[in-house]
Write a protein that binds this ligand. Structure first.
Ligand code: KIV
Ligand code: ZN
Length: 522
């Protein structure tokens, strides 16, 4: 049996469907492009029947992203499968992924179907999907709480009906590694035709065992891993793909398995997901957490200085984590800046480089030592930036002990300049209220954070701001050495995202009441 393990990324489907992680079509496309750079084998782009937005996003990814196969999820019925096919058929290599639950509790309580009806639906679904494409995956939802005899029967029938990948999900994260490995082994021994298809594992992390279960499944013969970046997903999440990729790479000696992933893209992929969703990983998260490669204890630092391998089983460079601290200053030119971006693995358009370079120059004027983390923060802000509907011209806040903070904000929209003044509970509140007056929205502030990207009194501050207007949730990110400016940039980025979703070709509208309008000097 080959030692090649296929990576199936479901960040845009299983990951995206968990609370707080929703992404719009453009964000999914950006993430999918980065997943292609990470060289995953399959990208599950969505569950197209679930909403028009999901269908549109899957179509965009299918049309634009080259390299990986693009999968669309479908329950085991024709309508779902047709929608999934609509979503992915434009892809170079489209895959339909159809599933049905097989555990007694799911069949009785959720589906209200007998095992025979479930089996028939599975066979129909796989046959129908196979009439549309040669690449069909079948999953038995809640496989680990299913009767093994029934699992064997349904998988045998799915293989006969034409499934090319058979997926065994631990949907509720219930299995232990030994049990899960034994289940995969049993299925591979007992299901006729299992040796002709790819056996896949899909582990959730409810007991914190997702990576261990996944590796147990691979040892038992599975050759596809389904998971997400940063382990995002339903409840406690899915298996974190970065953990699986690095476990296979670092312990190749013991496992003898390898993926085709480019591990040096892991850090960037993780950062991009944080930038898009506005949700950071915990500091001690394996592989991508802020502390994953930090050595605090004196005895550890001493060891690492003598030889990194004393306490480091992987190098930061192997996941693309930059380690050189001081990189540039205000005299650094565009050429050198571009080289740093290339070294960091960014593939930006000329326009994106220009925007990032001009932000870098502004930063270098305020900050003596511009570090790699600063540059990454700036580029991530630019890359995840929505279209500039409103641009910040300037702001001013008057505040102090015992004073009501008053903010003045000046924004440009096209050729127009808009000015508004507002007070608030604090300077940030006053600034956001002034922006609201200009843009004519008053979204709910769901989350607001500010953190220092690097150390020192001239550190770059990064704000992540999450706002909601009706059903629309938008995340904005802003960086500046001035934390109020970082906050304004982040809020405005989120506002621009909301407006971008609402506008669909709308001309610049009249300024809302309370806003002065005049020709821009730009
Ligand atoms: O966890 C699960 O069972 C799933 C299936 C749809 C594969 O996500
Ligand atoms: Zn799942």
């Amino acid at each position: 049996m080959s030692g090649r393990v296929f990576i199936f990324d479901t960040t845009l489907r299983d990951g995206e469907q968990s609370p707080g992680f929703s992404m719009n079509a453009q964000e999914k496309l950006e993430m999918a492009r980065q997943l292609a750079r990470l060289r995953v084998d399959v990208i599950e782009a969505g569950f197209p029947i679930s909403s028009p937005g999901d269908l549109e996003a899957a179509q965009l990814v299918a049309r634009e992203v080259e390299g990986p196969a693009i999968a669309g999820l479908a329950r085991a019925n024709r309508k779902d499968i047709e929608a999934a096919w609509e979503g992915v058929r434009m892809a170079e290599r489209p895959r339909i992924h159809t599933f049905i639950a097989t555990s007694p509790i799911h069949m009785q309580k959720k589906l209200r179907m007998t095992p025979e009806q479930v089996l028939e639906a599975a066979v129909d679904a796989v046959r129908f999907a196979r009439s549309l494409t040669d690449d069909v995956e079948f999953s038995a939802e809640d496989a680990t709480r299913s009767d093994v005899e029934f699992l064997c029967r349904i998988f045998e029938a799915a293989v006969k009906a034409g499934a090319t990948t058979i997926n065994v999900p631990d949907t509720v994260g219930y299995a232990t590694p030994e049990e899960f490995g034994n289940l995969i082994r049993t299925l591979m021994e007992r299901v006729p035709g299992m040796d002709k298809v790819i056996v896949s594992v899909h582990c959730h992390n409810d007991l914190g065992l997702a990576t261990a279960n996944t590796l147990a499944g691979l040892r038992a013969g599975a050759r596809q891993v389904e998971g997400t970046i940063n382990g995002i997903g339903e409840r406690a999440g899915n298996v974190a793909l970065e953990e699986v990729i690095m476990a296979l790479q670092t312990r190749r000696d013991g496992l003898g398995l390898a993926t085709h992933a480019d591990a040096t893209q892991i850090y960037r992929t993780s950062r991009l997901l944080c930038a898009i969703t506005g949700i950071e990983v915990q500091p001690n998260k394996a592989i991508v957490g802020e502390n994953a490669f930090a050595h605090e204890a004196g005895i550890h630092q001493h060891g690492v200085l003598a030889d990194r391998a004393t306490y480091e089983i992987m190098t930061p460079e192997s996941i693309g984590l930059p380690t050189n601290k001081l990189v540039m200053g205000k005299h650094s030119g565009r050429h050198a800046f571009r080289k740093v971006l290339d070294d960091l693995g960014y593939k930006l358009t000329e326009e994106e480089v220009n925007r990032a370079f001009s932000r870098f120059k502004q930063l270098a004027d305020r900050k003596k030592r511009v570090e790699v983390d600063d540059i990454m923060a700036l580029v991530e802000e630019e890359v995840s930036a929505p279209p500039d509907i409103y641009r910040l011209e300037h702001f001013h806040v008057a505040t102090g002990t015992g004073l009501v903070p008053v903010a003045t904000v000046v924004l440009n929209r096209g050729e127009q300049t808009h000015t508004a003044v507002s007070n608030g509970d604090g300077p940030v509140d006053a600034l956001f209220a002034a922006i609201n007056k200009i843009v004519g929205l008053s979204p709910q502030l769901v989350d607001y954070t500010i953190r220092a990207v690097t150390g020192g009194s001239d550190a770059l501050g990064e704000s992540i701001t999450k706002i909601r207007e009706g059903n629309n949730l938008a995340v904005g990110r802003g960086n500046s050495t001035d934390i109020l400016e970082a906050s304004v940039r982040a809020y405005l980025a989120a506002i621009n995202k909301l407006l971008d979703r609402q506008r669909t070709g709308m001309a610049v509208g009249p300024a809302p009441a309370g806003v002065k309008t005049g020709a821009s000097t730009h």
